[in-house]
Design a protein around this ligand. Sequence first.
Ligand SMILES: *[C@@H]1O[C@H](CO)[C@@H](O)[C@H](O)[C@H]1NC(C)=O
Ligand SMILES: *[C@@H]1O[C@H](CO)[C@@H](O)[C@H](O)[C@H]1NC(C)=O
Ligand SMILES: *[C@@H]1O[C@H](CO)[C@@H](O)[C@H](O)[C@H]1NC(C)=O
Ligand SMILES: *[C@@H]1O[C@H](CO)[C@@H](O)[C@H](O)[C@H]1NC(C)=O
Ligand SMILES: *[C@@H]1O[C@H](CO)[C@@H](O)[C@H](O)[C@H]1NC(C)=O
Ligand SMILES: *[C@@H]1O[C@H](CO)[C@@H](O)[C@H](O)[C@H]1NC(C)=O
Ligand SMILES: *[C@@H]1O[C@H](CO)[C@@H](O)[C@H](O)[C@H]1NC(C)=O
Length: 493
Amino acid sequence: MKSQALYTQLKEPEEQILWFAQHHVSAQKYYRCALLIAVLVTGLFCAMLVQLLIFPFLYVNPTANPEIAPYPDNRCDDPCRWVLVESIPEGVVYNENSTSNPSIFQAWLNLIRNASSSMDIASFYWTLTNEDTRTSEPTASQGKEILQELLKLPQRGVMLRIVVNPPSSPGQKNDLQALIQSGALIREVDLPKLTGGVLHTKFLVVDGKHMFIGSANMDWRSLTQVKELGATVYNCSCLVKDLQKIFKAYWTLGMSNASIPSPWPEEYATSYNKDTPLAVTLNGTSSQIYLSSAPPALCAQGRTGDLQAILSIINDARTFVYVAVMDYFPTMEYSYPKKFWPQIDDYLRKAAYERKVHVRLLISCWHNTDPSMFPFLRSLAAMRDNKTHYDIDVKLFVVPATAAQARIPYARVNHNKYLVTEKVAYIGTSNWCGDYFVRTAGSALIVNQTGAATDSNGQLTVQKQLQDVFDRDWNSEYSREISSFSQNKCKER
Ligand SMILES: *[C@@H]1O[C@H](CO)[C@@H](O)[C@H](O)[C@H]1NC(C)=O
Ligand SMILES: *[C@@H]1O[C@H](CO)[C@@H](O)[C@H](O)[C@H]1NC(C)=O
Ligand SMILES: *[C@@H]1O[C@H](CO)[C@@H](O)[C@H](O)[C@H]1NC(C)=O
Ligand SMILES: *[C@@H]1O[C@H](CO)[C@@H](O)[C@H](O)[C@H]1NC(C)=O
Ligand SMILES: *[C@@H]1O[C@H](CO)[C@@H](O)[C@H](O)[C@H]1NC(C)=O
Ligand SMILES: *[C@@H]1O[C@H](CO)[C@@H](O)[C@H](O)[C@H]1NC(C)=O
Ligand SMILES: *[C@@H]1O[C@H](CO)[C@@H](O)[C@H](O)[C@H]1NC(C)=O
């Protein structure tokens, strides 16, 4: 949530299309070319026939490659368990009986302490102690404890690998230096240079079978001062091995002078995506799941892009689309020149207009909120109409702060990044703004439990649990309709 590095200008794809159009061949050249091509194609066709008829055993089916598709029909028998986890900032109190989830702090602690062979962490920046702010915040103790536990891993024989965006200030180097001294392997991934974005992904992988993914940074504030949401999945090696492919891509890009391979080698490819998801049971409920990744340049063959995941989920909704993200902009906000980027915005309006889907956006309001976000949100909310029943509703969530809490930099904000429909739960790491899908690295877990209300033991589905979290926040005293904000700014408290 720290301010992003300045994005450098990249060549837009349109430029390449223009270049192609300008290099058209003349008519004469065209006929000579056509003849040559006809001869080549015939030759190639004969060669293929010979190969297929005489050497059928030489034909390799890519999906038969066990590295890409290790399970027939993408079915896996792992006894996957899952827990929705949250950080609720100190001082945020909900009504009695409202839904509550285990803390991210406890989930991380259990994951780290239970690690026996390996731990991989994809992270944006590290400030787990409050050395970065030079304060002595008692609520930094959870972050310090996480760092202490991580420092013990290499001594215990657990291989700890970390990828991180290049630190932007000296205060972001302390934790990393301590980790290097403890024996952790760390690679800085220069995404600013590679794509003009940042490495914004946040996930942990333990022993190749457990994982955490969500909005929380490796920051003490993410455990006690910032509102966060994530998912932990246990005993689910088929899914987690797929997340490790995304990690491996970051790890490769962390080598000095690395460039982005195009295409990515086969070992990064996946067979789990929006069209052919992985079929597993989560706490006994049959579920279809996959992992998405951004930006497209980091997606190997078969990987669904993060934007495509979001658009397909919105498009599939028939009843409701609830979105909780910190920032929402239908623009390339961190690029120059600024560009309009209405992909998600179009799909939300289309859902409300064509299918009468109820759309709710819960966006965050804090002292760092860019006032230019308001007109775009007000424009979405303006679609709401009692006669036509178009229904897009926008609320802003304000995390309250005491005078002392208000002095903590980059804190007291709802940092959630998820989407829930009547069918699907999406838990991601990106804000909804063009740059995050075009340049910045992020990833998400998508769980589709269409048709299942509760699992075999009467436990709530992922979708229902996430919906409960959304409803709790939407109906809480901390959320207000955007129309009640008279100015385009979030009041300082
Ligand atoms: C919370 O649940 C308890 C037990 O079901 C009930 O007695 C109590 O009235 C509920 N409180 C509120 C505020 O709904
Ligand atoms: C390991 O994880 C389990 C399940 O989350 C938890 O109950 C247990 O306390 C953890 N062990 C340690 C040492 O944290
Ligand atoms: C994962 O599997 C192990 C071994 O079967 C079991 O002891 C452990 O409780 C499981 N963890 C969770 C969170 O279900
Ligand atoms: C990386 O590239 C720079 C500039 O091209 C070059 O000077 C440097 O030696 C390279 N470093 C490595 C480790 O290859
Ligand atoms: C969810 O699963 C159902 C049933 O398999 C499928 O029809 C639907 O397209 C899926 N939705 C998404 C968004 O993947
Ligand atoms: C729509 O109906 C609600 C409830 O009946 C009412 O409060 C609101 O003012 C109406 N909005 C408009 C724009 O007419
Ligand atoms: C799924 O199983 C885990 C581990 O047994 C448990 O902690 C969790 O509450 C369950 N999740 C749901 C949604 O019931």
